[in-house]
Every structure is written in C-alpha cells, then in structure tokens.
Design a protein around this ligand. Structure first.
Ligand SMILES: [Zn+2]
Length: 140
C-alpha cells in the first residue's frame, strides 16, 4: 500500500467514525478562535497560566463535534447565531463607516434607533428618518 492509498483509507476510516456525529459549526470555530487567542496570550512569560483555560474551549469544541445528540447541537447553534446577530450588525456598521468615511456620515435616529446615512458636505440639513418619520437637524 502506497502513501496515497494509506491516506484515503485513513480518510475513509475517519468518515465512518464521524457518521452520525455532529461535526463542526460556527460555535466550534468561535471556541477554537478563543482557544487560539488564549494560547497566544499564554506564550507571554508571566501569562503562562492562560494555557489551561485555553484548553477548555478546545476540549468543548471537540466534544461538540463528536456528539451524537444532533438535535441538541442544532438548537445550541440557533441560539448562538441569534445571540451573535447584534455583534455581527455592529461589526458591519463599523466596517461601512470606515468604507464611507470620506463620502457619508452616519447618524442614529433618537426615536427608533435606526442608523441613517447622509452624504457629507451638505452643511446643516434637516434629516427625516425613513422608518419613523422623526425629523432632526444635523451638520454634515
Ligand atoms: Zn426613526
């Protein structure tokens, strides 16, 4: 048996082992990222003790991946994605603010909290919120 055959046999074995198990999802990636960050922190001289808490998310993600209780893992994933929504929205807004920094300014409607984007360099203008109709003056 050459190397290629050995490798494909190992892949087949792994596939058989993972059958009926949950595998990897967004939570796993998040846990692995946390673990990775803690491991990097633990590389600093006086912060070596971060190595042990770094193992916790790593072990958790492995346990989740090997779990056979798929319905429980799916409901965990749904809760996780729902909880991550505002964080994702915040990151997207910050990215857009950086992208549009030369052309647009962002304001928050004080009544309904929606974010409004207006072009820069128009002087003092009256802004009407398209969602709730609230009017306010801002300098752009
Ligand atoms: Zn509004």
């Amino acid at each position: 048996m050459n190397f290629k055959q050995k490798l494909s046999a190992a892949v087949l074995k792994l596939n058989r082992f993972m059958q009926g198990r949950y595998g990897i999802d967004e939570i796993s990636y998040c846990l692995l990222a946390i673990s990775f960050i803690l491991m990097i922190i633990s590389r600093f001289d006086k912060l070596w003790f971060f190595y042990f808490p770094a193992l916790v998310p790593l072990v958790l993600s492995i346990i989740r991946a090997l779990s056979k209780n798929i319905t429980a893992r799916i409901s965990e994933r749904e809760k996780f994605l729902k909880a991550a929504e505002p964080i994702k929205a915040f990151i997207k807004l910050q990215r857009n603010k950086i992208r549009d920094r030369k052309t647009h300014k962002y304001f928050k409607c004080k009544k309904c909290n929606s974010v409004l984007r207006v072009p820069i360099g128009k002087g003092k203008i009256a802004i009407t919120c398209p969602k709730c109709g609230n009017k306010f003056n801002k300098k752009t």
